[in-house]
Structures are given as C-alpha cells and as structure tokens.
Design a protein around this ligand. Structure first.
Ligand code: HEM
Length: 168
C-alpha cells in the first residue's frame, strides 16, 4: 500500500504530500541490498585472496609446461564471477548511499576516501582477471588489492558508526 508523507509538516499551506516507499518494502530492499553488498565483497576479495595466496604458490609445484594452461583455466572460471560481484557491489553501494537517512558531518569525506580505494580495487580486479598479467606482477597486485580492501572494510565500519551514532 502506498504511504504519503507531508512535504513540509510546518508549512503554512497544508495539503502538499509526497509518496514515500512502503516501510516493509523499504526495509526488505535495504536488507537485500546490504546482503548483496556483503556477499559481493566476500566473493571478490575472498576470491582474489585465494587466487593470490593459495593458487599462485601452488602453481609452482606443477610442471612448468602445464602452468599456463592451468592458470588460464582458473582465470576463465573466476573472471565472470568477479565481474558480476563488482557490478553488484557498485549497484548495491549506490542504493545504500542514496537511501541513507542520516549523513553527519565528515561522512562524505570518509566516503570519498573509500571510493578512491574502491576504484583501486575495481581497476586492479579487472586487470588481474585478464590473462595478460605476468605471475610476478599478479602476486604484487593481489597484495595491494587485499590491503586496500582491508582498509575499505574498516572505513565502511566507521561510516556505519558515523551514520548510526552521529547526528547530521
Ligand atoms: C571494493 C569495494 C568495496 C568494499 C570492499 C566495500 C565494503 C563494504 C562493507 C564491508 C560495508 C559494511 C556493510 C554493512 O555493515 O552494512 C559497506 C557499506 C557500504 N558501502 Fe561499500 N564496499 C565497496 C564498494 C562500495 C561502492 C562502490 C559503493 C558506492 C557506490 C559503496 C557504498 C557503501 C555504502 C553507502 C555503505 C553503507 C555505509 C554506512 O553504513 O553508512 N561501497 N561496504
């Protein structure tokens, strides 16, 4: 059922109303988008961690001639998953942002820093899932991405604290 809210409850001309989202729909969408955001982070960052810290060192135990074939097979399977996770991360992140009811001072600055780091993670994720990167560069890039992602998760926790506990 649609819900209507006064545009300006204290206005001298009463009767101006705007349509707002049904609270049940709003809450369900909020929970769904949060779930998508967190699941995408787990998929993208967890996958990169596994690729960098487990698959890459394990590759060296294979005979040299079979390594490129195995690395390409791993890459081809992970690429669509990673790209889907990044798109879902961006869509759910934008939803999270535009539905925030409380944006206290400082929120936008920390959010901007998070976005710069997120750009680093997104750009390097796309590079890592392409086949043209050498194994040595791949290990270095994965380390950088994992560090940025760790800082992003910390910043996200701080953003949550700001919007839940500070008044705008
Ligand atoms: C690598 C990229 C990213 C990582 C690792 C990441 C991680 C996270 C995590 C762990 C949370 C906390 C979830 C929660 O407690 O609800 C979060 C919340 C959030 N994220 Fe992201 N995120 C990323 C990208 C993005 C992008 C691209 C956007 C926007 C376009 C975005 C917008 C948000 C917003 C608005 C919140 C809610 C913060 C709050 O509670 O005030 N995130 N993110």
């Amino acid at each position: 059922m649609p819900v209507y809210m006064a545009v300006d409850p204290g206005a001298s001309t009463p009767g101006l109303y705007t349509r707002v989202m049904d609270p049940i729909v709003g809450a369900s969408l909020g929970i769904l988008m949060r779930w998508i955001h967190i699941t995408s982070v787990i998929t993208a960052i967890g996958g990169l961690l596994y690729a960098g810290l487990v698959i890459a060192p394990a590759l060296s135990s294979l005979p040299a001639e079979t390594r490129p074939e195995f690395a390409a097979a791993v890459n081809n399977r992970f690429r669509p998953l990673l790209r889907l996770a990044i798109v879902a991360l961006i869509v759910s992140g934008i939803y999270n942002l535009v539905t925030k009811a409380n944006l206290p001072p400082g929120y936008h600055m920390w959010f901007g820093i998070k976005m710069l780091l997120a750009l680093h993670v997104i750009a390097v994720s796309f590079l890592l899932s392409s086949s043209s990167v050498t194994q040595e560069r791949r290990t270095r890039m994965t380390t950088g991405v994992v560090i940025s992602a760790g800082v992003i998760v910390l910043l996200s926790a701080y953003l949550r604290f700001l919007s839940n506990w500070m008044q705008s």
